[in-house]
Design a protein around this ligand. Structure first.
Ligand code: UDX
Length: 448
């Protein structure tokens, strides 16, 4: 089938490359000619493991094309996917739909025949209705139908998530559109993925509900981590123990500095605002948003506590800036409020991230960006792990300790055991369990 994908960001590019890999003819369209130029030369605008190889392979095989000309792309297309951004509007936090609607209008103007338009962007409930209205309002002599087909891709493992999905959700309002989108997924490679057919509005809501639930799961375990610290439990064991209950499931129970990224913060906010617009209050989701927001800056206080109550004039080495491992994405990364708070409290920050430093430079100022973890640790009073990159899981802790002036390791991703850290002559602070030094220091701070 010939499929047009509008928007060459994370979702559009991954979907385009994967659909091409499955044998479809794909044209990826983006209104940024520089991005299209780079993609044609095999240069990815984002860091996503395996994406460059997949793009090159399918481009060379003639199944994947890039253009900034939507009209040309739409010739003989069976379906057009909308995969443009829906960032929160700065004024009120509602998902900003202007890019989606602009694309819908342009698709209608430039379509050359009947077309199924598929929404892959995460969009508020009712967007499909509006997109369909916009398409029909152009009075083109073609049949248009709009389908919601949400993506559930995680950055860093997006190709795997696309190729081996837990489910494919198709929210269609008529049999023709349902048939076209089902056919796109009815190819070898996708035979094992269950397809859930829903109404269009249900599919739109389902995506937000999935992300809100996962954000809630993370926030729950983060609060349990706080309680573990207070009562002397170990959150890793609690997470494992509750996760072994198949009704709960073991995934998304890793405690950390709070969730970030391009989806959870935006989508939790959007679903709670949609709910209020319909006179429903999602109190659980609203609480999750607030608890997660507070947690990020609280993590900076954790570092302050570890440093004996003040970081003024101290040098803090930050390992990890991206909101999670295997991405260069800094959007809503917990590292931003943590570092800004540390700077507010008077600390000098040295930082290293394997992929996100370029994106970070535009956001975080007055940081000394370093060439690796050991360079970041140079003469630092404390080392703080913020992102769970593999290379931070396998640090030579003795070498790291030899670089630092202080002996504090604050591990906000729980990557190490207390013994490993103590053997390298570090004092260890972690989350959801209290290392010996942490207990003693907290006792001392409380007594002051
Ligand atoms: C998420 C959803 O997982 C995906 O289905 C959706 O389509 C897009 O949003 P993504 O934002 O790429 O994907 O990352 P994800 O792996 O879900 O992590 C989101 C945040 O939660 C990160 O900050 C991560 O560090 C945090 N997290 C995740 C935890 O703190 N603990 C966990 O156990 C899992």
């Amino acid at each position: 089938m010939k499929i047009v994908i509008v928007g060459s960001g994370y979702v559009g590019l991954v979907a385009g490359a994967c659909f091409a890999e499955l044998g479809h003819q794909i044209v990826c369209v983006d209104n940024n000619p520089a991005k299209i130029g780079s993609l044609r030369e095999g240069v990815m605008p984002i860091y996503e493991p395996g994406l460059d190889v997949l793009v090159m392979r399918n481009a060379e095989a003639g199944r994947l094309h890039f253009t900034d000309d939507l009209g040309e792309a739409l010739i003989n297309a069976d379906a057009a996917f909308i995969a443009v951004g829906t960032p929160p509007r700065p004024t009120d936090g509602h998902a900003d739909m202007k890019y989606v609607y602009a694309v819908a209008r342009e698709i209608a103007e430039k379509a050359t025949g009947d077309l199924v338009v598929v929404d892959k962007s995460t969009v508020p409930v009712g967007t499909g209705d509006e997109v369909e209205r916009l398409l029909r309002a152009t009075n083109r002599p073609f049949r248009f139908s709009v389908v919601s087909n949400p993506e559930f891709l995680r950055e860093g493992v997006a190709i795997d998530d696309f190729m081996k999905p837990d489910r494919i959700v198709i929210g269609a309002e008529d049999d023709w559109a349902k048939g076209v989108v089902s056919a796109i997924y009815s190819v070898p490679g996708f035979d094992k993925a269950p397809i859930l057919h829903t109404s269009r509005r249900t599919a739109e809501l389902l995506k937000y509900a999935a992300n809100a639930f996962l954000a809630m799961k993370i926030t729950f375990i983060n609060e349990i981590a706080d309680l573990c610290e207070a009562v002397g439990g170990d959150v890793r064991d609690v997470a494992q123990g509750i996760g072994m209950d198949s009704r709960i499931g073991g995934k998304f129970l890793n405690t950390g500095p709070g969730y970030g990224g391009s989806c959870f913060p935006k989508d939790t906010l959007a679903i709670s605002k949609t709910a209020r617009d319909y006179r429903v209050q999602l109190r659980t989701v609203e609480t999750v948003i607030q608890v997660n927001e507070n947690r990020k800056r609280a993590m900076a206080l954790r570092v302050v506590d570890a440093c004996g109550g003040s970081v003024r004039g101290k040098t803090i080495a930050i390992l990890g800036l991206a909101f999670k491992a295997d991405t260069d994405d800094m959007r809503d990364s917990p590292s931003i409020p943590v570092i800004q708070a540390l700077q507010d409290f008077g600390a000098d920050v040295r930082a290293y991230d394997p992929e996100a430093m370029e994106n970070s430079r535009g956001i975080l100022n007055q940081i000394h960006y370093c060439s690796d973890a050991y360079d970041a640790a140079d003469k630092a009073d404390a080392v703080v792990i913020l992102t769970e990159w593999n290379e931070f899981k396998n640090l030579d802790l003795r070498k790291l300790r030899a670089k630092t002036s202080g002996r504090l390791l604050v591990d906000l991703r729980n990557l190490y055991t207390e013994d490993e850290v103590a053997n390298a002559d570090f004092d260890y602070w972690c989350i959801g369990r209290r290392a010996t030094f942490q207990r003693e220091a907290e006792h001392y701070l409380a007594a002051e």
